[in-house]
Design a protein around this ligand. Sequence first.
Ligand code: CTP
Length: 407
Amino acid sequence: MQDLAGKHIVLGLTGGIACYKSAELCRLFVKAGATVQVVMTEAAEQFITPVTMQALSGRTVYTSQWNTREPNNMPHINLSREADAIVLAPCSADFVARLVQGRSDDLLSLMCLARPMDRVPLLIAPAMNREMWAHPATQRNLMQVSADGATMLGVGSGWQACGETGDGRMLEPAQLLEDITAFFQPKLLAEQKVLVTAGPTFEALDPIRGITNHSSGKMGFAIARAAREAGAEVTLVAGPVHLPTPRGVTRVDVISAQDMLEATTRAAQSASIFVATAAVADWRPATHSDQKIKKDGSGKTPVLNFVENADILLTVAKSERAQAKKLFCVGFAAESENLAEHAKAKRERKGIPLLVGNIGPLTFGQDDNALLLVDAKGVRELPRAPKLTLARELMTEIAARLPDWRV
Ligand code: CTP
């Protein structure tokens, strides 16, 4: 997806072994549709060559403020004025300290100081040894740089090039791309707490077998990501799926519909928006065998009896919080035919302000989908698109409905 189409990013590299990750980050920016101008400090050149970064960005790398290529010889002004964001990755402990002091004796620090603060955000991906990271001087400096208007992208934890293990690694390029993409999304759901259910449930028959369905969880995970991008605090209650947790989202893993009901009703007590995308099993086996059910050789097949699972969406929609209009509930309907008709009926039955219909066999496991939005006013179609695009559109639709619904 071309999430950064039309964006111009100045990617600043400072001295640190994490510079090797910046090559991949640059490539990901370009693949996401951004144009990238790389600026490197002298120390960064010890770790990776400008040739590598030039080849990946398709632009000559700037390494010095003395530059006759620029008609006015002011690259710090020219480069910072055309940027949609300056991203420092990696940003060394020394460079953070330099930002605190407003130093300007090399091109990158000079450019950060000269940037128009009201329209060119500065995003920082620190990278350093764990002791350097934990040092009060570094922590103090990071707080000061944040207070001065920079956005901290955080650090990773784990094995470090120096052989030690702890906090301070630069985030992985894909994580940085996700965070920077999120940074550019409009904050339509700031202050909201969004709760999402996603994926199938698994209803065990015995310790080996169970009943589940084809839901991949992709739509729900895309919604959790889009909600976080829109500035919400997000909890994702996920059935058994093997999908990576979207950045910044709190994930609660569950297996059965009963587990999902418990986790969801707990989280719903403080949520302000609930989106139920999970394909919850309608029934569970009436009995669960502690040991594997064995064939006895007689050819007799086991008889399975079922009991109905609670309807999680209905339970939450009927709760005091939802009835008091403190919790906006959105349901999904996976149908196989007559989508609009079924979706309208389901919205009424569940007593919710918004229901999103889709055709089950056309969405399960796919990366794209088409949605039909049904509310009290009527029906609106969101045409086939990647699930993340639809999820972002859905967040816009929800945000637009909140003010009217709350009164
Ligand atoms: N849902 C739920 N708990 C259940 C069943 C469904 O929370 N036990 C939610 C789903 O997450 C979805 C909505 O209810 O948001 C509709 O789910 P769907 O399976 O399409 O409909 P059902 O209510 O099960 O009705 P039917 O099977 O008759 O289509």
